[in-house]
Design a binder for this molecule. Structure first.
Ligand code: SF4
Ligand code: SF4
Length: 438
């Protein structure tokens, strides 16, 4: 164990990480599926505007949707084929939007991605490439990268922190990316550092990935990059920007503020790799590493799959289910989205697909005022008081007196509650109804 391990100070929990199911599985490329479903909403913000029509042929890497607002991103075809249909789909996060159904031409030649010298390009040109090639945050938040990397006048990005934490149980796609694609991810990180003019560059990684920490350090040394790897204690939700920045640079984001307000920009390690592919090869974000795991999956794997792949194709590639899952989840078990339709497509932000059995059927009992939820909350909220106020319809008190809107919905409070009170569901409901009442 390294002696410079750090972490955030307030709250947090440590669930059984279950990463052994897939952390030693090298990334495997999914054989081309016969059909992909590419939604026009691959990112946070306004869905992209369709550029193609039913019956059109598309080439892998071709732009098929264009940003329809300031917070929006370009969408490219992940395959060569024919657009069979444009229809509404419901994504794993319950968002309903238009999507292209593309019949894949499996015999089409692969496009050639020519190498470019990003070092000779200006910051503005690199940012334009990141925008044009549809790069979004790949840790799950899917915030358009070009917006995040545009530093407004008067602000300064003193620190660039790469997020290699991967603190959610089961997930291992970032871990495998750091082991197998470290050269690219670190080069992408250097591109971002140039774009935002960062003074210090840090990669934060939890110590259950010591092999990744050692490998990143070896590559950094070999390339002579001015990047520091910061080992972090195991603690959920350290992958959240607020906790990550406290753990790596010791600064706290005040309520309602952004990382840039404390001089920092955070980029997921997968996003760094996508920036590398965009700026070095002019390759758009059309595929990603997805961790397919959980006790119900026959052979958990880390799979490189085209955006728009149906989850059923991924599960089949991993040998199918060995038992009927109690829950299928897109993302991690703490903050991911439960879904039921196996034909739901993956998106640019899909880090994992989990199929898990029922592990706890305890019934909810009354709150015993033990205070464990308060101690676990990384934001310093009082989940028990929030719950009481939400359940009594006192949304105003929950929002104004107990800062409901600061809740990250991380699930730490529910995880430790001995009364099995569905605290996170209450927070989500309270936010929704509270906003409506405003
Ligand atoms: S879900 Fe919200 S209230 Fe509960 S621990 Fe996380 S941030 Fe705190
Ligand atoms: S952890 Fe559960 S039982 Fe304990 S105070 Fe919080 S809500 Fe009540």
């Amino acid at each position: 164990m390294p002696n410079n391990v750090s972490t955030f100070t307030r709250g947090g929990v440590h669930p059984d990480d279950k990463k052994q199911l897939s952390n030693r599985k090298p990334i495997e490329k999914l054989p081309l599926p016969s059909e992909v479903v590419v939604s026009l909403s691959q990112h946070l913000g306004a869905p992209a505007k369709a550029l193609k029509a039913k019956g059109d042929t598309v080439v892998k890497g071709e732009k098929i949707g264009t940003a329809a607002g300031f917070i929006s991103a370009e969408v490219h075809s992940p395959v060569t084929g024919t657009i069979k249909d444009i229809r509404k789909v419901t994504l794993a996060n319950s968002v309903c939007c238009d999507a292209y159904v593309i019949e894949v031409d499996k015999d089409a030649p692969e496009p050639q991605w020519e190498q470019h010298d990003w070092k000779s390009e200006s910051r503005e040109d690199l940012l334009a490439t990141i925008k044009d090639l549809g790069i979004v945050g790949m840790g799950g938040a899917t915030f358009p990268a070009h917006v995040k990397f545009s530093i407004p006048k008067g602000k300064k990005a003193e620190y660039l922190v790469a997020n290699g934490v991967e603190c959610e149980p089961y997930l291992t796609s970032d871990h495998r990316t750091m082991l197998e694609r470290a050269e690219g991810a670190l080069e992408g990180l250097m591109v971002i550092a140039k774009v935002i003019e960062a003074e210090h560059v840090i990669v934060g990684v939890e110590v259950n990935k010591m092999d990744a920490i050692e490998h990143l350090e070896a590559v950094i040394k070999e390339k002579g990059y001015p990047i520091k790897v910061q080992p972090l204690k195991l603690k959920y939700p350290q992958g959240d920007e607020k906790q990550l920045l406290k753990a790596t640079i010791g600064r706290e984001i005040p309520s309602g503020k952004l990382p840039l307000d404390i001089g920092a920009v955070v980029a997921n390690i997968g996003t760094c790799y996508a920036v590398y592919e965009a700026c070095v090869f002019h390759k758009p974000l059309i595929e990603r590493v997805v961790c397919v795991s959980g006790e119900c999956i026959a052979e958990p794997k880390n799979v490189l799959a085209p955006v728009g792949t149906k989850i059923s194709d991924l599960v089949q590639f991993c040998g199918g289910f060995i038992e009927d899952p109690y829950k299928t989840i897109s993302g991690g078990p703490m903050m991911g989205f439960a879904f039921s339709d196996p034909d739901t497509p993956i998106q640019k932000g899909t880090s994992g697909i989990l199929a898990i059995p029922l592990f706890d059927d305890s019934e909810t009992t009354a709150c015993i005022s033990c205070g464990r939820c308060v101690r676990a909350c990384p934001i310093g909220l009082m989940p028990t008081m929030l719950y009481r106020n939400i359940m009594h319809g006192n949304y105003e008190a929950a929002m104004n007196k107990y800062s409901l809107m600061d809740c990250k919905e991380c699930g730490s409070c529910a995880f430790v509650c001995p009364a099995h009170i569905p605290l996170v569901h209450a927070m989500k409901l309270g936010k929704k109804l509270g906003r409506k009442k405003k």
